[in-house]
Write a protein that binds this ligand. Structure first.
Ligand code: NAD
Length: 457
């Protein structure tokens, strides 16, 4: 799973050489495997209501919890991990802060505890989302959490990540999607998610009966599933209990049939740019499986050229596949009463759609378009209890990125806090989480799966 450079600097003289020359030292990330134990011990810092709620939830999941007040003073157990096993995660409950000065004690306490954080550890902040309706000092304190966390994530090494959960007004830390997000961020499922915030906008959603099968009973459609990220999404959703319909162009029919077979799902050969693609998807899912709960818009293409050299065909084909087809399919889904309660749409965007990328004006237009579409669709789906979200991958090791010239490829994969490319599996895990009932309170969000890719945040 690791690239050649990561394998080389992981052992013996390769490791010594990288250290001496100050070269990146990526490590193999802790990824989810079925039967995964959540990491522990977890240090929970904070004395607001969220600290109590989150500590209790963690204990109910069988995690060893150590607690510390805002100033890091231990309330039970050793706060800094001294004398005990290394900490595997630090949860910083900052929901009660009111002024920027209130950040200092808990954040500095977390800083001290970092010395005891194990490799592939987690730092997770839980705080309230800043709003323009807040008093200026309150908004400053709340926004301050984001700056601190994003910087801290850049300081962490050895595969550790830092992410945050933002609570909207009226949502408390015990809401299903807060606990769902906490579990996702602690787990190996979020291995390549770093420096990101998930906003929980409502108390909707439900925790799964069996955390190993959060998609039990659901029917999901995944487009572009014959290979790469799409095939990983199909496999991950099937592992999590969903019945999966895999979709790809007729030319990829053989590979598609193999994926369908592997996931015990069904294959639909379909070019998503066809005008009736949405109706065909619905007809297949309802006819073969009796329902449709989740649609993952993953199919995408690149036709890179500097704008000065861009021709009509390159521009138009990227727009047609990456955004126009999704819009048309969503219209058909929303027109159907059978795409009902608890519906989920998850679209694959890209960090290029956020930060822009040289040679990708067409691709970035389409991927930024996906973000706009998801925000607008979220409001429309809310009426039927559904959600729409986007996942924005950074550099992921696939056939698409294998075509990037060698030097650019090597730079691309090191330019993030985890100093490596992500795996298709990493994108798939984030999508599976957003498609689950546990994420019912998260909608209109863009979750980057990019190892905290440096360009554009
Ligand atoms: P890939 O080229 O390996 O796979 C894309 C799949 O989509 C292919 O199987 C292809 O046949 C299918 N497809 C293309 N046009 C289609 C159409 N009209 N109808 C149906 N299927 C169609 O790409 P990938 O790297 O797995 O990327 C998957 C998604 O992730 C894309 O949307 C891509 O833009 C996005 N993405 C990838 C990366 C990365 O680093 N690989 C980064 C950011 C975003």
């Amino acid at each position: 799973m690791t690239d050649k450079y990561t394998a080389f600097v992981g052992h013996g003289w390769g490791r010594d050489l990288a250290k001496r020359l100050g070269l990146p030292q990526p490590v193999e990330l802790r990824r989810y495997a079925q039967g995964e134990q959540l990491p522990g011990p977890v240090l929970v810092i904070g004395s607001g209501p969220a600290a109590e709620t989150l500590g209790t939830a963690l204990e109910a999941w069988g995690v060893e919890v150590r607690r510390a007040a805002d100033d890091g003073e231990s309330t039970h157990g050793a706060a800094d991990g001294a004398g005990g096993a290394k900490l595997e995660a630090i949860v910083l409950a900052l929901d009660a802060i009111e002024r920027p000065e209130d950040l200092s004690a808990p954040v500095l306490a977390a800083g001290k505890a970092l010395r005891s954080l194990a490799g592939c550890g987690r730092v997770i902040t839980v705080s309230r989302r800043a709003s323009s309706a807040d008093e200026p000092a309150l908004a400053a304190a709340r926004q301050g959490v984001e700056g601190t966390l994003r910087s801290l994530a850049k300081e962490l090494r050895a595969g550790s990540t830092g992410n945050g959960i933002l609570l909207a007004d009226g949502v408390d830390a015990g809401a299903p999607s807060v606990l769902g997000a906490l579990r996702f961020l602690l787990s190996g499922r979020s291995a390549f998610v770093d420096g990101q915030f998930l906003t929980v906008g409502s108390a909707d959603g439900e925790l799964p009966v069996d955390p190993e099968r959060p998609l039990d009973g659901k029917v999901a459609v995944v487009t572009g599933a014959a290979r790469g990220i799409g095939a990983a999404i199909a496999r991950t959703m099937a592992r999590d209990g969903a019945k999966v319909v895999v979709v790809d162009v007729p030319a990829a029919g053989d590979a598609l049939a193999k994926v369908a077979n592997d996931v015990r799902g069904t294959a639909l050969q379909l070019d998503i740019t066809r005008p009736d693609a949405g109706e065909r998807l619905l007809e297949h899912a309802l006819g073969r499986h009796g329902r449709l709960d989740i649609v993952v818009h993953n199919a995408g293409i690149t036709r890179d050229k500097l704008l000065a050299n861009m021709d009509d065909a390159k521009w138009n084909s990227v727009i047609a596949v990456n955004i126009a087809a999704q819009l048309r399919i969503n219209e058909a889904l929303l027109a159907s009463e059978r795409f009902g309660a608890g519906a989920r749409i998850v679209s694959v965007s890209s960090t290029s759609g956020i930060a822009g990328n040289r040679g990708q004006t067409n691709y970035a237009a389409s991927k930024a378009g996906v973000i706009g579409m998801v925000r607008s669709t979220a409001a429309r789906l809310a009426a039927r209890g559904g959600t729409a979200n986007a996942v924005a991958p950074g550099f992921i090791e696939t056939e698409m990125t294998a075509k990037v010239p060698l030097v650019m490829r090597e730079v691309g994969r090191r330019l993030n806090s985890l100093q490596q490319g992500g795996q298709p599996q990493d994108v798939a895990e984030a999508i599976a989480f957003l498609a689950s009932d546990a994420a019912g309170g998260i909608s209109g969000a863009v979750l980057r799966v990019c190892g905290q890719y440096m360009p554009g945040q």
